[in-house]
Design a protein. Structure first.
Length: 446
């Protein structure tokens, strides 16, 4: 979400006459769009801002601003912890940054300009995309979250759930498609709650499923993904959507947080491990081979070896394709900030590592199943390494690298997978004819 906000803000700044430079040394202003989910992210941002301000002593007239979640979380106090800051802008004021930055440049000196107010309709402000071609783009569909997970600072930093209208989102997707974008990822803190108060169910379909259907009707958009759903709102209509909407890619990021019911209760996550597994089973029945990824927290307050064993058990049952494993980080201001952070750091690290080891094993095993198959790849751009090598993703979101003399960015191509590692697949382009033959061979084998 931060990346998407920064991308949209860069477009707004460009319209106001600013331009992005790619070397900090060339910049007249540096704006840090911050995260507050864990303490480490906040510490890094504070360190970075301090470092930039220190460079002024070397005679550089650099303006420094802190935007986003940490600004919202720490408020005006942030100016005290980072002396010399020029701008502090919260999550609902991002679209005012161009005019606020003008003000920073117009004045000689003074304390920071601070804008942290809530603003009605601010969820509609993040809708613009850069002129540069994007094969796959993020589309922000809502802001905020009404849940109260005990560890989480997001409801405080991003505010109450506020949704954009379906027509606005569809229009944004149409504009992206007109520029050649073929894939959109619909973004929200809790997309399964999209429109729950504003939009009625139709034929048993939730507002979010209605939104996905509407986006699927946009010509030119060939692939749809979304993140993040919440297990509580992941109902049959959304499972069916994977069966009925071919453009919805077979890949779900479904944060579980823990495999222990006691920990889930303490986290204020209203589901059990068994309920989570039911959703996974339903998805796998609807779409065999669907890729399932997750977020998990290790070392939550009072998480015992027994609780952690339940998480390992859940990992073994689901065999996640990928997961973000977070070590618990106490967040002052989160609903559970009075809970004791009582799992030792070494213990957190060890649990973290055990899950990462399992994930590496599952990911490699899964990737190896693709070897010998032909995958449809949306080419995103050049691979990081090697000349004439391209990077794209298959429907389940796996990174695929292949050689090509031609620039294929933005195209859907067929690639025969020759090798697999934990993180990526490699292969060769196949011609349309060869692809047909391969499909026939596969059908005969079946
Ligand atoms: N809205 C998403 C998650 C947003 S935050 C959801 O509910 O699924 C992204 C992830 O950061 C969370 O899923 C959680 O695993 C992790 N996280 C949030 N707060 C954290 C904390 N205090 N310590 C460690 N990890 C945290
Ligand atoms: Fe945070 Fe929970 Fe909301 Fe996700 S659902 S943003 S973890 S409060």
């Amino acid at each position: 979400m931060n990346e998407r906000d920064s991308e949209a803000l860069a477009v707004m700044l460009a319209r106001a006459g600013y331009s992005v430079v790619y070397d900090e040394d060339d910049a007249d202003a540096v704006l840090l769009n911050t995260c507050a989910v864990r303490e480490l992210a906040e510490r890094k941002a504070i360190g970075k801002a301090g470092h930039l301000i220190a460079r002024r002593k070397a005679g550089k007239a650099l303006r420094v601003g802190v935007l986003g979640c940490m600004a919202q979380n720490r408020g005006p106090a942030l100016a005290g912890s980072i002396p010399g800051l020029d701008l502090v802008v919260g999550t609902q004021q991002l679209h005012h940054v161009p005019e606020l930055l003008d003000r920073v440049f117009e004045r000689e000196e003074g304390g920071p300009i601070v804008a942290l107010e809530e603003e009605e309709g601010s969820q509609n402000a993040i809708s613009e995309h850069p002129a540069q071609f994007q094969a796959a783009a993020f589309v922000s569909i809502m802001q905020g979250c009404n849940m109260r997970c005990s560890y989480c600072i997001v409801p405080r930093t991003r505010g109450k759930e506020r949704c954009r209208p379906i027509e606005h989102i569809v229009q944004e997707c149409r504009e992206l498609a007109a520029r050649g974008t073929k894939e959109v990822t619909l973004l929200g803190q809790i997309v399964t709650s999209y429109g729950r108060r504003e939009i009625p169910f139709v034929d048993g379909k939730s507002p979010f499923v209605q939104l996905v259907e509407a986006v699927a009707k946009v010509d030119g958009i060939e692939r749809i993904r979304f993140t993040s759903p919440h297990p509580r709102g992941f109902k049959e209509d959304l499972v069916d959507a994977f069966r009925c909407i071919p453009k919805l890619m077979p890949c779900v990021h479904l944060p579980v947080q823990s495999g222990s019911d006691a920990v889930l209760r303490a986290m204020n996550r209203p589901y059990s491990a068994a309920k989570y597994l039911e959703i996974v089973d339903a998805l796998r029945e609807a779409v065999p081979g669907i890729c399932i990824t997750t977020d998990v927290i290790v070392g939550f307050p009072n998480e015992s070896e027994e609780d952690f064993a339940r998480t390992v058990e859940l990992f073994e049952k689901v065999r996640f394709d990928m997961a973000y494993v977070f070590k618990y980080s106490p967040r002052p201001g989160a609903p559970g900030d009075a809970l004791p952070d009582n799992v030792y750091e070494e213990e957190k690290e060890e649990r973290n590592q055990r899950l990462l080891d399992l994930l590496a094993q599952y990911s490699l095993e899964r990737n190896q199943t693709y070897v010998g198959t032909v995958q449809e790849i949306l080419v995103e751009g050049r691979a990081r390494r090697g000349e004439n090598r391209w990077m794209g993703r298959n429907p389940t979101g796996r990174k695929v690298i292949f050689p090509s003399e031609a620039n294929l960015a933005g195209q859907l191509v067929s690639v025969r997978i020759d090798s697999a590692s934990v993180t990526a697949l490699e292969g060769e382009l196949v011609s349309a004819l060869e692809e047909q033959t391969l499909t026939l061979v596969r059908v005969e084998q079946l």
